[in-house]
Design a protein around this ligand. Structure first.
Ligand code: URA
Length: 449
């Protein structure tokens, strides 16, 4: 390991055998954490070439077993996001795709950096089990069409270890490490189809469009030869997605949509979820085009089939579905603070990464690995980018664990929002590009590592 560390530190390229050594050692604990942390930092600073990234992805996939369902009799599809704030589409797309006939074995992660984690959000439901055996995982998918679990000691264990360590060592924002982390889980799940939601803008890990494009292309060309049909959508993360960022409050926003509500503040979340679900349904062989998949997903949202699939999955994984009977009554934050707009103007820009840290500081995220998160903490945003607000108008509602945990999120929030005197006419599209294999190959031909 010391030779590998020295080589990477000095800018050398690691070969497949060396990369496999790192992934195996991360998974089985034979490489001490200090050396793994040093390796991550060297890889972050020096970067990983495309060959190294491919080798790391496959080695992390092979660090555990593969999910090879025997009896599903359906194409398996999934969606994964590169990470954002208020990014909760999984609770919509997974049940919607399942309701439309695809099988969705979704392996998700916990909060990472300033972004929230699907598993932490699901664990806001009392009893919900995010760690299932592979046999249980398959049984839930057979019954409900969908199951959402985390990396386990069996499935992508190298990612389980490295994911948590990256969070603690400031080594998250690197295209090679993100690609290997996301795809190792997805390829271990043996998917037929994968939709990647690659975020761009102020709340993404890679904020600049060219970096987002590179990451998207890198993931598509790495996943496809490994046997998973893959498409990447470049989507906006220049503001939180929808209204809520936290744990329970994000589930509430999704369940309201699954129940057919159409609040204006969740329109971006609804639209993006239908686009992503449309692609999943298409790759799952249930619609001839992504557009036809969108129509099927919208029908499943309207007729309650998506809601039924979601509730069935929660129940099958031990969750108490009765908490959704009165979602407001179940929500018991330690303390609530209404923050009024501190000036008048148009909401011109948001530092969405800072907003993600504000959410974490309410208690919704963790400071150290293994710490519990507060399921009831988080922030509701009452104004979108571009909106005109008047001083004194309600701008955000902060739910924190304790009164002492209010000042910091408020300060971060106030520094993260930029007002302008005049409206901006710049339109930021929700989906700016769709990257298929051909586009990805062309892109990478002209890009430098
Ligand atoms: N999601 C992951 O699973 N891994 C990353 O590195 C980023 C987002």
């Amino acid at each position: 390991m010391i030779d590998i560390l020295r080589k990477k530190r000095d800018g050398g390229a690691l070969d497949e055998r060396e990369i496999q050594f790192v992934a195996r050692g991360a998974a089985d604990g034979s490489i001490p954490v200090d050396q793994l942390a040093a390796w991550l930092m060297a890889a972050w600073i020096r970067g990983l070439s495309r060959d190294e990234t491919r080798a790391l992805t496959l080695a992390m996939r092979d660090s555990g077993v593969r999910f090879t369902p025997k009896n599903l009799g359906k194409r398996t599809v999934d969606k994964h996001s590169s990470g954002g704030v208020g990014d909760k589409t999984s609770f919509l797309v997974a049940p919607l795709a399942a309701a439309c006939g695809a099988a969705v074995p979704m392996i998700s992660g916990r909060a990472l950096g300033h972004t929230g984690g699907t598993l932490d959000k699901l664990e806001a439901i009392p009893g919900y089990r995010t760690a299932l055996t592979l046999a249980e995982f398959e049984a839930v998918i057979a019954k409900c069409g969908v199951s959402i679990i985390g990396q386990t000691d069996q499935l992508a264990p190298a990612d389980r270890k490295l994911y948590a360590l990256r969070d603690r060592t400031a080594t998250v924002e690197n295209p090679g490490l993100i690609c290997a982390s996301i795809l190792s889980k997805k390829l271990a799940a043996g998917l037929n189809g994968l939709v990647l939601d690659v975020k761009t803008g102020s709340g993404a890990f890679l904020r600049k469009m060219e970096d987002t494009e590179f990451l998207a292309a890198l993931m598509v060309v790495t996943a496809e030869p490994a046997g998973t049909e893959t498409v990447a959508l470049l989507t906006d993360m220049s503001q939180p997605l929808g209204r809520a960022a936290g744990n329970w409050i994000e589930l509430v926003e999704c369940v309201e949509l699954l129940r057919g509500a159409r609040p204006a503040w969740s329109e971006d979340l609804r639209e993006l979820s239908l686009i992503l679900a449309g692609w999943m349904i298409h790759l799952g062989g249930k619609a001839a085009t992504p557009k036809a998949g969108y129509a099927l997903a919208e029908a499943a949202l309207t007729d309650g089939a998506g809601l039924a699939a979601f509730m069935k999955m929660v129940d099958a994984q031990g969750g108490d579905v009765s908490v959704f009977d009165d979602m407001e009554a179940f929500h018991k934050p330690g303390v609530t603070l209404k923050v009024d707009a501190w000036q008048s103007g148009y909401v011109a820009k948001m530092d969405t990464t800072a907003l993600g840290w504000a959410v974490q500081r309410t208690g919704a995220g963790r400071e150290k690995a293994g710490e519990p998160v507060d399921p009831h903490a988080g922030i509701l945003f009452h104004a979108r980018r571009g909106a005109r607000v008047e001083r004194g108008q309600l701008f955000a509602t902060i739910y924190a664990t304790h009164v002492d945990m209010l000042a910091e999120p408020v300060a971060i929030l106030k520094a993260a929002i930029h007002f302008s005197k005049t409206p901006s006419h710049a339109v930021v599209p929700l989906v700016s590009r769709i990257i298929t294999r051909e586009i990805a190959e062309n892109y990478l031909r002209n890009a430098v590592d």
